[in-house]
Design a protein around this ligand. Structure first.
Ligand SMILES: [Zn+2]
Length: 245
């Protein structure tokens, strides 16, 4: 079971490294809900997550996420202490804090340029994150960390990117050809092929008639040959019949 799980993680992480350029140490953007679930299930995030991902990670959070936890009351103090251990990334809401989930979404932007892995138990945030291409999602299933397989949005965007690259390459090579004069060499060749044809047709009107007549002659010869082959003299057939009987 364990080997299977690690293979899955490798596959899922591999997708993001290969198609989106994620690199170690992976930046894991953690919110209060993830810390709360970890504490509840007695999981040490700093120990378990790197072991699960088999990679170096950097645990980070934002000021907004911390302030939200502070505002939720003393019940979350334990989780708050864990969250405060992580390094703070500037989110741009300093002095005017917003909801942790909204802050994270603003950090991700449209395409997650900073290559964050989002660690959250917030179902609403998870479902929005799945619609942003190139965001790996990490959550806890009881005591087990789960790196979700790439979302449809992530896969689609990667495929379109690949197709776009191919088309871009085609255009680039066509432009290169034009610049280097390769296209100019090809064009006259086509013109040469097109050019002589109408002229030769006019001149070769008579010869074409001849060729058709020859062809017709050939056809009649072959037809005659076929007929000859089919025809078997009656006395031969009679002899064959006598032999067989
Ligand atoms: Zn913020």
């Amino acid at each position: 079971m364990k080997i299977r799980r690690y293979k899955k993680v490798n596959k899922n992480l591999g997708f993001f490294t290969n198609t989106y350029g994620f690199r170690q140490p992976y930046q894991v953007l953690v919110d209060g809900t993830f810390c709360f679930a970890a504490l509840k299930n007695k999981i040490n995030i700093a120990d378990n997550i790197p072991r699960y991902l088999q990679a170096e990670i950097k645990l980070i959070t934002t000021q907004c996420a911390i302030i939200e936890m502070e505002n939720l009351g003393p019940k979350l103090n334990g989780a708050l202490l864990i969250l405060k251990n992580y390094s703070l990334h500037k989110c741009g809401h300093e002095g005017k804090p917003i909801l942790g989930s909204k802050c994270f979404l603003s950090m991700l932007g449209k395409t997650n340029i900073e290559h964050y892995i989002v660690a959250t138990q917030d179902r609403d945030l998870q479902s929005i994150v799945r619609n942003i291409p190139g965001v790996p999602l990490l959550y806890l299933h009881l005591k087990t960390p789960v790196l979700e397989q790439p979302s449809e949005a992530s896969v689609k965007f990667a495929q379109e990117k690949m197709l776009g690259l191919r088309e871009h390459e085609k255009l680039y090579f066509e432009k290169l050809k034009e610049k280097s004069g390769i296209v100019d060499e090809e064009r006259p060749k086509k013109k040469k092929k097109k050019g002589p044809n109408p002229l030769s047709c006019k001149k070769k009107k008579k010869p074409t008639m001849n060729t058709t007549s020859i062809k017709e002659g050939e056809q009649t010869v072959t037809q005659k040959k076929k007929r000859k082959r089919i025809k078997i003299p009656k006395h031969v057939i009679d002899e064959l019949k006598n032999k067989s009987s």
